[in-house]
Design a protein around this ligand. Structure first.
Ligand code: UDP
Length: 323
């Protein structure tokens, strides 16, 4: 198969490219290298099954050309990272809504299967857990930029669903919960690469808010394994699936684990949300997925536990000399 990966030089996209190529497929990665990095895919250069096209998903002419040539599309390109979204809300909205619309329109034009990556932000402040795919969304004011990401991704999901329903485009939606692993940048606010970098530099680990908020972290290699199997499964079309881990930890607890595993001399420091992000910032207190639906479809369950994940990120960060 020949796959198009939008955002193919990004953190998840580059791991997906590695996986597909290892399975014997061809990959075209479309990436504007804004948050994606050349470094993430440089080991694939020269591989006859890999091609990098530098450009934006907002360029209809370019997307038309690359979509026509492929067999199926993984749409991962998006403005991600809470800090990036809070700092550049307009750009995030445009990329995430208009970009997805263009991808879906091309998938329709050339009748290609498309997997749309959505997010656990969809559930907003719903702290019930584990969250099932049909659970309610609870969001704050649309004027708080944090919620623009959740809203844009909800529009993407609606578009994907109606392209399937009304135009028979084979679309699948996945909601990724916190995904971590090697190549994730610390630059856009993601907590694990940031804590690991701080710990290795013996600097204070910056806990935002009380640190009692909790998350579940899944290794990127488990995520891409699930993506390749879902896209292969015709029963997945027109449906949405959570992908995540259920090993829940508070952010304070995560900071402690990172300090222990690295043997760092770092301490922790608590920073109020309004200093870390913006005035009136609202966080999710808890976020745990129900993963029974994807488990039933493809037998998915995580293979790397949190300590394994932290060790992997530490090894990568040490190797790179920086995050
Ligand atoms: N966080 C933190 N310190 C940091 C970066 C993030 O305490 O340096 C917190 C953040 O406020 C959130 C959690 O860690 O409660 C996870 O943040 P991340 O941006 O990784 O993912 P999110 O779950 O918010 O999408």
């Amino acid at each position: 198969m020949h796959y198009l990966i939008t955002g193919g030089a990004g953190f998840i996209g580059s791991h997906l490219a590695d996986r597909l190529i290892a399975e014997g497929h061809r990959v075209t990665a479309l990436d504007n290298l804004s948050t994606g990095k050349h470094d993430n895919i440089k080991h694939l250069e020269g591989n006859p099954n890999f091609e990098l096209v530098v450009g934006t998903i907002l360029d209809e002419y370019l997307v038309d050309k690359v979509a026509e040539r492929c067999d199926a599309i993984f749409h991962l390109a998006a403005a991600v990272g809470v800090e990036l979204i809070v700092n550049h809300p307009l750009e995030s909205l445009t990329t995430n809504i208009k970009g997805s619309e263009i991808i879906l329109e091309m998938a329709y034009r050339y009748h290609k299967k498309v997997l749309i990556t959505s997010t656990s932000e969809i559930y907003g402040k719903n702290t019930q857990g584990p969250l099932k795919e049909d659970q309610d969304r609870i969001l704050g004011s649309p004027l708080k930029s944090r919620w623009s990401y959740s809203t844009a991704k909800a529009v993407d999901e609606m578009l994907a669903y109606v392209y399937w329903k009304e135009k028979n485009v084979p679309t699948v939606i996945v909601r990724l919960f916190n995904t971590v692993g090697p190549r994730q940048s610390s630059a856009y606010g993601m907590v694990l690469p940031r804590f690991v970098k701080q710990a290795l530099e013996n600097k204070d680990l910056t806990i935002y808010g009380s640190g009692k908020q909790s998350r579940c972290f899944l290794h990127v290699k488990d995520v891409v394994g699930a993506l390749t199997r879902i896209v292969d499964n015709s029963a997945a079309c027109g449906q949405v699936f959570n992908i995540g881990s259920q090993e829940e930890i508070t952010i304070e607890g995560l900071a402690r684990r990172v300090i222990e595993i690295t043997g760092s001399r770092s301490k922790v420091v608590y920073i109020p949300y309004n200093e870390a992000y913006e005035e009136g910032f609202e966080d999710m207190e808890r976020r745990v997925p129900d993963i029974s639906k994807i488990n039933e479809l493809i037998g998915f369950s995580p293979t790397v536990d949190l300590d394994g994940i932290i060790k992997d990120v530490v090894a990568y960060t040490r190797d790179k000399g920086a995050a």
